[in-house]
Write a protein that binds this ligand. Sequence first.
Ligand SMILES: *[C@@H]1O[C@H](CO)[C@@H](O)[C@H](O)[C@H]1NC(C)=O
Length: 457
Amino acid sequence: MHSLIRYSLAATAVLSMAGGVSARPSAPREGQLGQQNRIERPAAVGGGGGGGAEAKVANAKALYFLTNDEDNAIAAIELGDNGLVTGKGATYQTGGKGANGIDGATNEKAAPDALFSQSALTVAGKHIFAVNAGSNTLSMFAIDPNNPLALQKVGEDIQLPGEFPNTVAASEKNGLVCVGMTGQKAGVACADFSAEGGLGQADGLREFQLNQTTPPVGPTNTVSQVFWSADESQLLATVKGDPEKGNNGFFSAYAQQQQEGGNQADQAKAGKFRVSQEEIRSTPGGTAVLFGSVAIPGTQDVLATDASFGVAILNEKQQQKQYAAAARLELPNQKATCWATISPLTNTAFVTDVGRNMLIEVGYNANANGNGNGEGGEQGELSLLNEIDLSSIGGPDLGLIDLRAAGEFVYALSPGAGTGEEAAINVIHAGTKQFVQNARLTGVGAGKNSMGMAVYV
Ligand SMILES: *[C@@H]1O[C@H](CO)[C@@H](O)[C@H](O)[C@H]1NC(C)=O
């Protein structure tokens, strides 16, 4: 079924890191990835006409993930015009350290899913932000739009007021970046940022009493993800419970606040936005281990995974400002459904399960009755559309973790089966549902600790 295509790469461009404001420039490494790629091309890739009703969407130019090793680095991977991994890449040391949580079942270092999170790094505009879980810091880089493989460190890493940062959300519109931390001191903190000045100081920790250690023992009872609502008016966080201890976890919302008059762009530039210290906490009924989530475009609703059953839609109740589960979808044979993305091509969600070599497509209707601000528990709809089995590819790719949909494709990170093999990127066409590429990142130096997934479109 799948043909094995091996190719060696011509020397990749040496990316210059000269100049810049960084006092501690990170060392780029030449990429030599993709030396063992298995590719199957679908008939419809790149063809606007083949899909019929599907609108043309711009493909991403590069993707990024964190190696999350002791010497933490961002891996930048080039994507061709056809949306596939080209085989060109580079890595950039953040200057900080990665880390592993402790797997509560084995007492060993957790991997894959070393950080128990979605969004260990994120792109906002032309900037990329990455957590250093082992040094409690946040790093910022600039992306060169003409060569998105070229990253340049912006300013200094900032120290965070908690421990074990494992997830980050950035808003260009607000000029704010927020980090979730899940060690002994757990919670959320934010900082402003600008292209010129880099990261400002982190504000005060919005604390979560998880009674965790550093590193945390998980994956239960840890912070899963921070992310912005679709209109970027709220910072949201998912926190896993521990069903064995009768702890159902929670969902937190913090309002974005404006400090003075003026238009949003000027205010963002002047660092005049902040995130409220006031937490609005919900425990949506029927959820227990809320994990990776995605804001549903054009709504205030969230499509959330829950490792204990599958997928839920969370929406804000009209009066109380709290969030409730408006729909639940139990996925058959699921082990731990933990990461989610929404495809701009299909307007459907794709979710992954670290215990299964499968991509699941889920249809959603956030406002089934035409009103997204109902009481919750009745207005959303979810449906299981497709189970895309990737196991025929074989290899060290058991279990997919963080993923992003961009253009026609879905890109899912597979950090290896925990036996030390290199990480791989799995590329699936969102429209045809075909598994089009399994790119083994043999020259990147990224293994089972790898986390996060972000794209530059
Ligand atoms: C943490 O400890 C406090 C005080 O004993 C307790 O109230 C709280 O429920 C604990 N939290 C968790 C998540 O176990």
